[in-house]
Design a protein. Structure first.
Length: 180
């Protein structure tokens, strides 16, 4: 009985082994096909990864260049903004100066009328000076006459001094007696 059971078990195991080997061959064939499909998909994914990496590199390079351009544009816009601010300040200053020019224009009109008055006054002064010049010539001539008269008087005084000296010689002994 043991032998019959063992034979039956051996036969069962052999049948199972045959079935399993038949299944294993089919499974191995299916596994090979699946493995080839997976390897193809992996190779395709690797190609797509490399292509995507290259395109991402190109995209990042382009973005970097674009950002550099945007940065330089931002700097230029800052410069333009500063220039516009200076232009605005200059225009404001010009506006203030134009307002000042209006007041200067009014002041110049007033100065012009004052200059006209001064010119008229100078004409009056000129005529007065001309009159004074004539009078100064008269005074000058009078001073010449006075000068000649003083000169003549000086000569007369010298002559009188000489005469007094002549007169005082005989009276010289009395001078010693005088206290002065």
């Amino acid at each position: 009985m043991n032998k019959a059971i063992l034979d039956e078990l051996t036969r069962f195991l052999n049948e199972m082994e045959g079935d399993l080997s038949c299944c294993n061959e089919e499974e191995l064939r299916k596994r090979g096909i699946t493995s080839r499909i997976i390897k193809g998909i992996l190779a395709l994914m690797l190609v797509l990864f490399v292509a995507n990496s290259y395109f991402l590199y190109l995209l990042s390079t382009g973005l970097s260049e674009s950002l550099a351009t945007v940065d330089s544009m931002a700097v230029r816009f800052g410069q333009v903004t500063g220039s516009l601010s200076r232009v605005t300040d200059t225009v404001s200053s010009i506006n203030v100066q134009l307002a000042s020019l209006d007041s200067i224009d009014a002041d110049m009109a007033e100065v012009s009328s004052e200059v006209s008055s001064i010119s008229n006054a100078l004409l009056g002064i000129n005529s007065t000076v001309t009159g004074l010049s004539g009078e100064m010539q008269v005074v000058d001539r009078s001073m010449g006459v006075i000068n000649s008269q003083v000169y003549n008087m000086s000569g007369n005084v010298q002559q009188m001094g000489g005469n007094v000296h002549k007169i005082s010689k005989p009276m010289g002994f009395m001078n010693k007696m005088m206290p002065w």
